[in-house]
Design a protein around this ligand. Structure first.
Ligand code: BGC
Length: 338
């Protein structure tokens, strides 16, 4: 099914596409190749929409929270909005103090992606990102595919190729609330498990210090299930938890995250081939969403698979760098049980 979803600043029309399989229905828009709705049964068979989303493309473009969007070329932060590659410095546009967040103001979630295939259970989008786009080198062709596997899994697959050495670090910025997006007050009570032994402590600008710190004995320890909000108010200054969780964790094993809502009985696991997981508790959410629901602070949780933030300045970490002509391929699976 395809629906009109609004008009882009260029005058082009945005659409909302639906895919369905095995009891799950997902709606995805070509505005930002963004996931706007995900309907999943609960243990009684009742359907709820478990992701935050917008009513129309105009709201997607106005929003500041990247809700559901495909983020690239480089997700998360790059310190000082510049990096070097092949002996050249590439300046980017700062959009958070001096730093670059999610590739700056001209982000991929503001673009109209081209639909290259739409089947009952999958949809693929393509974006051409010319050389110099956002400041990154090389002409890039990027595709993202959403596919339901009929066994509760939503697979998000990224493929990209560029004619110069470049940076690829693509992620999806969905916010989950397993009680349903229209129950913002229930998001922080859900139980999260992260097997990660280490996280990347960051400074007051959320730029990693370079250390991999053990989670043990800190509010970052989610190795056994814990309500998201439980330790959030803890006075752990050095971790900059004053607004809530917004930290990157090692992907130690898969699934790298399990979210469970005891009330509805829904569970979601996250599996990925990425080295890192940004766990963001929606600290700065303030958006008008679907069905007139207001998404305030902590209305949902983002579990974004990616390279470690600012990895380009930490050569000992896995690098989000892809050689000219080589393929970038990455896959994340959000799997639901009910
Ligand atoms: C970041 C947050 C940021 C948010 C914007 C997340 O990926 O970790 O710091 O505020 O994106 O929506």
């Amino acid at each position: 099914m395809t629906k009109f979803f609004g008009t882009m600043p260029s005058g082009e029309q945005a659409s909302l596409y639906t895919i369905s399989c095995g009891g799950i229905t997902a709606s995805i828009t070509d505005c930002g190749a963004a996931l706007m709705a995900l309907t999943v049964p609960d243990s009684m068979g009742n359907l709820d929409d478990v992701v935050l989303g917008y009513e129309c493309a105009e709201d997607c473009l106005k929003g500041s929270s990247y809700i559901g969007a495909t983020v690239g070329r480089s997700a998360n932060r790059i310190k000082g909005s510049a990096f070097s590659m092949g002996g050249r410095v590439y300046p980017l546009t700062p959009n958070e103090g001096n730093n670059n967040l999610h590739s700056g103001p001209d982000a991929y979630h503001l673009r109209l992606w081209r639909v290259v295939s739409h089947r009952e259970d999958s949809i693929s989008f393509l974006l051409h990102s010319p050389s110099g786009d956002q400041g990154f080198p090389g002409n890039a062709d990027i595709s993202v595919t959403y596919c339901l596997d009929g066994r509760g899994g939503l697979h998000i697959t990224y493929d990209a190729v560029c004619d110069q050495d470049t940076v690829f670090n693509l992620t999806n910025h969905s916010y989950f609330n397993l009680a349903g997006h229209n129950h913002p007050e229930k998001a922080m009570g859900q139980l999260l498990t992260l097997p990660a032994r280490f996280f990347t402590p960051a400074d007051e600008e959320s730029i990693p210090t370079g250390e991999m710190r053990p989670v043990s004995g800190t509010p970052m320890d989610f190795r056994t299930p814990k309500p998201i909000g439980q330790d959030m108010e803890e006075d752990y200054d050095a971790l900059h938890l004053q607004h809530g969780y917004d930290h990157n964790f090692e992907v130690f094993c898969n699934p790298c995250a399990v979210l469970h809502d005891p009330e509805s009985g829904r569970t979601m696991t996250v599996s990925t081939d990425c080295p890192g997981l940004q766990f963001y508790a929606g600290n700065f959410l303030s958006d008008c969403g679907k069905e007139g629901v207001f998404y305030g602070k902590h209305s949902g949780v983002a579990l974004e698979t990616q390279f470690y933030p600012d990895a380009l300045h930490h050569p000992d970490w896995a690098q989000p760098v892809v050689k000219a002509g080589s393929r970038y391929h990455s896959e994340t699976v959000y799997r639901f049980f009910w």
